[in-house]
Design a protein around this ligand. Structure first.
Ligand code: C2E
Ligand code: MG
Ligand code: MG
Length: 491
């Protein structure tokens, strides 16, 4: 018997020889034979199931990457060398779905996408899932136009919105296609070219792209950037710059923010907005955060004798927040440098909190219980509801710099700034304005009651030793010359 009833029947009849019929001993013997056969059959089924599972993706039930590679190798090895097209399809902004709605909803969406993709093409087209939000197709096709048509056929499944737990989601995708033998004759070469083409499609806003050997160099240099970043992180070449944070109405120094800096040998300085997402996508964010935290905590401990009580803030990205080892790392660094936990602030962006509120709330409480300060960065740009803000164990909110208009007419968006300042005050949080680029904005912020601020009008981010020297001179009295006279008043 199998799990769902009999899997086989052993039929015994018509005994030959002089003895007719079967006695009890015969029955016992036959039962033993049946049991042995059943075990062999069950093992066979188990092996089949394991083989199937090792070649399929459990979420969408589509063939997985291993199966794709096998299928590609098989088709490429056929003696007739049939032409083939290999496509990679990647959802646009899938991370946002995961971040804002959660992984459960993300999974449901992927399942629905898989079902629609498999149903959109005929059985000669192989459809598989490479992992994450990436799907692959293989089909017998030899012209770029033909392959493009299949890509467009796939994209048509995104014309209708997806219904996920009663929510209607509009999703789009990018497709990159490579052709054998034109672009390669191995699975690796074809997948890489399709991937580069997909990246190009994504850069230009989606749609279908067939690989062009001429665009290879720019894409390759982008891939090389990831490799160089990885090497730079492992060699501890990513530096920090520090930007002071002051109390806006009297100019007193209150802390600094550490900002990651990377100088590439060929491309020069790469902005963090570019390399932090690269590090997140290539699984390098944890080692990067660890090194930046270490540099920041060490620098802060080092200036304590000269600048007692001046703490440091470090930006923490979502991927690091969902890594349970963060509290232990923080503990270890603080202890190793004998630094008071209150002198370390972790800045987290608003949107990251909503990706998995329960889990992140637990982690934030844990960090807060260890005495570390917490700050919500880029406040006003995400979707933090008042409910969460009330329940988050945070000490500070930072008003996003997009609320300040620069230029000769530089000013703040007074309604937003005043609302955030009031909100902060009512919830007992410090309010920091970031990106104070000129004196006008500084003045406005003081008028609106904003307590703290940082920005190039005060001091631009600078290497740790330079910033430390500036802070020492500033605290010793130089700041009186820097801050606008109408801020501190004539006294
Ligand atoms: P953020 O945490 O909101 O940092 C403030 C950004 O404002 C910094 O940009 C800073 O250089 C810039 N800024 C400061 N004063 C002014 C000003 O007066 N005018 C203007 N226009 N900008 C000003 P930066 O260094 O390019 O960093 C950008 C973002 O990258 C940061 O935004 C943060 O979200 C992220 N980031 C930087 N370092 C790290 C890091 O070590 N880890 C993580 N996870 N993210 C980081
Ligand atoms: Mg920040
Ligand atoms: Mg910010």
């Amino acid at each position: 018997r199998g799990e769902s009833g009999p899997i086989a029947v052993l039929a015994v009849d018509d005994r030959q020889g002089d003895v007719r019929g079967f006695d009890a001993d015969d029955v016992q013997l036959l039962e033993t034979v049946a049991n042995h056969a059943a075990t062999a059959l069950r093992n066979g089924q188990l092996v089949d199931r394991l083989r199937h599972e090792s070649l399929h993706d459990p979420l969408t039930l589509l063939p997985n990457r291993t199966m794709l590679q096998r299928e590609l190798s098989r088709r490429l090895a056929e003696p007739s060398r049939p032409p083939l097209a290999v496509g990679i399809l990647d959802l646009n902004e899938f991370k946002d779905v995961n971040d804002t709605l959660g992984h459960h909803q993300g999974d449901l969406l992927l399942r629905e996408v898989a079902e629609r993709l498999a149903g959109a093409v005929d059985s000669s087209v192989f459809v598989g899932r490479l992992g994450g939000d990436e799907f692959a197709i293989v089909c017998p096709e030899h012209t770029g136009e033909g392959a493009e048509r299949i890509g467009e056929q796939l994209l048509r499944v995104f014309e209708r919105p997806f219904l996920v737990d009663d929510l209607e989601l509009t999703v789009s995708a990018s497709v990159g296609i490579s052709l054998a033998p034109d672009h390669g004759i191995t699975p690796q070469a074809l997948l890489k070219c399709a991937d580069l083409a997909m990246y190009e499609a994504k850069q230009s806003g989606g749609g279908v792209r067939v690989f062009q050997p001429s665009s290879d160099t720019t894409s390759r240099s982008r891939l090389a950037l990831v490799t160089h970043l990885r090497q730079a992180i492992l060699a501890d070449e990513v530096q920090i710059h520090l930007q002071p944070k002051i109390q806006l109405d009297d100019g007193s120094l209150r802390g600094v923010e550490a900002l990651a800096r990377w100088t590439h040998a060929e491309h020069g300085s790469v902005p963090p907005a570019e390399f932090i997402p690269l590090a997140e996508r290539s699984g390098m964010i944890s080692p990067l955060t660890e090194r930046i935290l270490r540099r920041a905590v060490e620098a802060c401990a080092e200036w304590q004798p000269a600048l007692p009580g001046i703490g440091v803030a470090v930006n923490i990205s979502l991927r690091t927040l969902t890594d349970d080892s963060l509290p232990l790392l923080v503990d270890h660094l603080l202890r190793a440098n004998a630094l008071d936990p209150e002198l370390l602030t972790l800045e987290i962006t608003e949107s990251s909190i909503l990706s998995d509120p329960e889990r992140i709330l637990r982690l934030l409480r844990d960090l807060r219980a260890r005495g570390v300060r917490l700050s919500i960065d880029d406040f006003g740009t995400g979707y933090t509801t008042l409910y969460y803000l009330r329940h988050l164990p945070v000490n500070e909110v930072k008003i996003d710099k997009s609320f300040f208009l620069y230029g000769p007419e530089g000013s703040c968006d007074p309604i937003i700034v005043r609302s955030i300042v009031d909100l902060g005050r009512n919830l007992g949080l410090s309010v920091v304005a970031e990106g104070i680029a000129d004196q006008q904005i500084w003045n406005d912020l003081v008028t609106l009651g904003c307590e703290l601020g940082q920005g190039n009008a005060i001091h631009a981010p600078a290497p740790p030793s330079e910033c430390r020297d500036w802070m020492i001179a500033y605290s010793a009295g130089a700041h009186l010359a820097t801050i606008p006279i109408n801020v501190i008043g004539p006294s």
